[in-house]
Design a binder for this molecule. Sequence first.
Ligand code: FO1
Length: 314
Amino acid sequence: MIAALAGGVGGARLCAGLAAVLAPHELTVAVNTGDDFEHLGLSISPDLDSVMYTLAGRHDTARGWGLAGESWRCMEALKALSGDDWFRLGDQDLATHLHRTQRLREGRRLSEVTRELCQALGVRHTVLPMTNGLLRTRILSDAGELAFQDYFVRHRCEPRFLGTRFEGEAHPTVELLAALGSPSTQAIVICPSNPFLSIHPLLALPGTRQALASRGAVAIAVSPVVGGAAVKGPLAKMMRELGLPVSPVEIARLYQGLIDGLVIDVADAAQAPAIEALGIAVSVQHTLMGDLPRQQALAEGALGFARGLRRRDQ
Ligand code: FO1
């Protein structure tokens, strides 16, 4: 079994590649829920939906969130009523949030509701929320401390990023801990997601970092930084604002102690020795994943790399 840790667009894309090359029982994807929030009375889980919609082949790849072929009649009507359209929910996407909200209010766990949504969307691989509890990512910025979606959408990531704070007491789902610790797990793959916004919330859950550090399986990450820029989203800006070089070496440092290997892009091949000097093996591949064949090729390359690695201390 392969356990993937994901959040956001880059994570979802690699998951689509992994799903294309692995049978449903061979892949479990644990997804960040630090971006989740309640909006207009609805429970929104953006990263879970990005992964589910991508695996279902229904994600809007151009916009980067929500469903393809979406219409916006509800939002237009709401805007006319209240002017409140800073966070846009498409008409079909609304059905997902309505269903999730209703089931959570009935007392179901987010992991159960996610399973139901996956079934309805025809997604057969396992997609899990990182927790069934509440862990909210708060952004520390020069505009003060902001709720995640206020920073990301309302302020378009413009405030200077100073760090994160994780609010709430939540525990990882039992399925996540099982996936990290199970003897049947052959490899753990940290997807090319934003480390600060998508992966650190997962690692902030009690026991997750320890489970990853003491794992039996090989763990690799795929760098979300390529050629001095982030493939998508605000990662490069955030790294600069923290005074960090925008390079895969820095990604390796962020995951040092947690991974055995890092996949970097051909554009960054010259940085392999600096990463290897940190005790992390390197595989150089084409990591840009514009379409499914490239997602699949990277998934195959990453899995081949992981299978060829032994844990350093073994
Ligand atoms: N991102 C935006 O930039 N603007 C939006 O109006 C917006 C709405 C939205 C609705 C549902 C959903 O699942 C995601 C949505 N996103 C929107 C994306 C989301 O804010 C971020 O991409 C993630 O939280 C970061 O991974």
